[in-house]
Ligand binder design. Structure first.
Ligand code: ADP
Ligand code: MG
Ligand code: MG
Length: 211
């Protein structure tokens, strides 16, 4: 099966940045309901800085690309989402094993390492109404599809569907992590902003990787 090369990974990051820009107001509106109305601005600032860094200094290999992306997000985004998305990419970097082209299993393993970093850092469990509720089912679907012999493109489409379902499932949840948890029961009935941006990240992968 075809590998995931540096150009493809850059297309993924640029596609995510474009999607965040397109959905900036939606992400902010969601955060206005249960947070502090800055998730769209936070993600847009961070991913714009990531694209600027790509334009200024193209990375040498996938590990360098993920490291640069993670560091840029940590530096440029105040708020919970910057360190969490930053950790996601920083943890992906070593999981590539220094390969120039990632085979589907290595790409999936790197994504899994990213999720484990987010969980280690944020301590969110499934059902806490966070980005983890979109990312964890997405990676489970990705692994299951690859194990069943599906192409990376098909597996990422399955992951994107699972991420969307996970995002939607956050609506009735009571938040137990992040700002939304300050609202207690009043956080129920609102879709989580971070799960929404996370579903965009997976959708961008489905749209640009393995296709
Ligand atoms: P802040 O809440 O600091 O303003 P953002 O609004 O940019 O940061 O991001 C909020 C999102 O971050 C939430 O919707 C949630 O998905 C995610 N989040 C917050 N805390 C955690 C955590 N501990 N673990 C995982 N995700 C979290
Ligand atoms: Mg916020
Ligand atoms: Mg904030």
């Amino acid at each position: 099966s075809p590998g995931v090369d540096l150009d493809t990974l850059q297309r993924w990051l640029r596609a995510f940045a474009a999607s965040v820009a397109e959905h900036k107001d939606e992400l902010t509106d969601l955060d206005a309901a249960i947070g502090d109305a800055d998730h769209g601005a936070n993600m847009h600032r961070g991913m714009s800085a990531v694209v600027d860094a790509l334009d200024a200094a193209p990375a040498a290999d996938p590990a360098a690309l993920f490291k640069q992306t993670g560091m840029t997000l940590v530096k440029s985004v105040g708020g919970a989402s910057g360190p969490l998305y930053g950790t996601w990419f920083l943890r992906m970097a070593p999981a590539t094993g220094g390969a120039t082209t990632l085979d589907p299993e290595t790409f999936a393993k790197a994504l899994r390492a990213g999720l484990e970093g987010v969980v280690a850092r944020g301590k969110a469990e499934l059902g806490d109404k966070t980005m983890v509720d979109a990312l964890a089912p997405a990676l489970d679907a990705l692994d299951a599809a690859l194990a069943a012999g599906e192409s990376l493109a098909d597996a990422l489409r399955a992951a994107s569907t699972a991420a969307d379902e996970g995002r939607d499932a956050t609506t009735p949840m009571v938040a137990r992590k992040g700002r939304a948890s300050y609202l207690g029961e009043r956080s129920a009935g609102h879709q989580d902003p971070g799960a929404t941006s996370a579903a965009l990240l997976v959708a961008a992968a489905a749209g640009s990787v393995g296709g």
